[in-house]
Ligand binder design. Structure first.
Ligand code: ADP
Ligand code: MG
Length: 373
């Protein structure tokens, strides 16, 4: 019956799982959140991504009811929850670095929340066992936390939160205690788990790779502000803000000013060099300060003298200042006449290019992206 209700709710859902409006939280004169708006859909895997101190935990805890914001509202499943304590909200939380109960077994840890609700013992046992299968802990019910690996402890935490069958799971840096390889594996499992249970996950991390690999949608948060939101592909391939481009690791970022533009293209002045950019419906004005970026793999590198005529337009000259072989690709650093350095990533080693050589870099007009500063 419960399942049928959940299913009906899902296909009839007209409300967001979470709706945050104009949230403000201050600590003294520090703004941890500045007028943050956020909508998270039902069944969405949503990631809050940003640098440390940006306000991610404050936002997550405000949704869970552990922090009372100064102003603004939080609605969950269409109901306002501003006056509800955490345990009366339809959310469960996996806290950052929050340890398991050391003296309790795996199954006791997972069933603890249900025991507090005075639920019958055999119902708890059934649910715990189902939950252990779901998160991949089958056969480990009698173990104590110290007899588990880091990844297994993390699974216990997940099971302990999911068993409460709430509408939303909030996860604060859930993988930060794990080493890099395990984190990658757990990302795949978390995503699979979320699709299986079908509820919304809100996952906080400062790690962009982790965010990209789990998220349906990502919000970039820094200095208490919502910088931008988008799918992993949008955030990676077309970041609208310079901050986002920098945060996801773009190396080739240039500050400039708009000289002129048409509906098709924009001319940007970067230290005296005029760069053409495709006009991707940007909201811009003449003389506006902007920044440009280009991915290192979108740049062709050739020796200055053997550049073909069709490459003349979207190109710039420089000298090779570093060549690094990195296994799957070769990275060239090229010093431009302006004094700026640009990174080029080539999947084939261009044998005849050596250190200090004069080279020409060229690209397709659509490969340069424009960002608001
Ligand atoms: P994040 O999770 O993105 O690292 P937080 O939400 O923890 O960021 O913190 C946002 C800002 O609020 C930071 O400047 C932090 O120092 C400040 N802050 C968070 N909690 C408190 C607190 N209890 N007292 C004072 N300042 C706090
Ligand atoms: Mg935090």
């Amino acid at each position: 019956k419960n399942l049928t209700n959940k299913f009906l709710e899902k296909i009839l859902s007209i409300t967001n799982a979470i709706e945050v409006k104009n949230l403000v939280k201050t600590y003294g004169d520090v703004y941890a959140l500045k007028n943050v708006d956020l909508n998270i859909a039902d069944g969405e895997y949503f990631v809050l991504l940003g640098p440390s101190g940006g306000g991610k935990t404050t936002l997550l805890r405000s949704i869970g009811g552990f922090i009372r914001p100064d102003s603004g509202t939080v609605d969950i499943k269409g109901k306002n929850v501003d006056d509800l304590p955490p345990d009366k909200r339809p959310t469960s939380m996996v806290f950052q670095g929050f340890a398991l109960f050391p003296h309790m077994s795996v199954s006791e840890n997972i069933g603890y929340g249900l025991k507090l609700q005075s639920i019958e013992k055999d119902i708890i046992e059934t649910k715990v066992s189902r939950m252990m299968d779901l998160v991949g802990l089958t056969g480990l019910s009698k173990r104590k936390p110290h007899e588990l690996s880091g990844g297994q402890q993390q699974r216990v935490q997940l099971a302990r939160a999911l068993i409460l069958e709430n509408d939303v799971l909030l996860l604060d840096e859930p993988l930060s205690a794990l080493d890099a390889q395990l984190r990658k594996d757990m990302c795949i499992e978390l995503k699979r788990l979320q699709k299986t249970v079908g509820i919304s996950f809100v996952h906080v991390t400062h790690n962009q790779e982790e965010a990209m690999s789990v998220a349906d949608r990502i919000a970039i948060i820094a200095d208490g502000e919502m910088i931008e939101q988008g799918t992993p592909k949008e955030i990676y391939s077309n970041p609208r803000k310079k901050f986002t481009a920098e945060f996801i690791g773009e190396k080739n970022i240039f500050n400039g000013k708009i000289l002129e533009f048409t509906k098709e293209k924009i001319i940007v002045d970067i230290d005296g060099a005029n760069i053409e950019v495709a006009n991707n419906n940007y909201n811009i004005s003449k003389s506006q300060k902007v920044s440009l970026s280009i991915k290192s793999e979108s740049i062709q590198i050739t020796k200055d003298k053997d550049t073909k005529p069709e490459n003349q337009k979207n190109s710039i000259k420089g000298n090779v200042s570093e060549i690094t072989f990195l296994g799957q690709f070769v990275r060239y650093l090229v010093l431009l006449n302006s004094g700026q350095e640009i990174q080029v990533r080539s999947y084939e080693e261009v044998n005849y290019i050596n250190l200090n050589d004069a080279v020409k870099l060229s690209w397709k007009i659509e490969d340069f992206l424009l960002h608001e500063s």
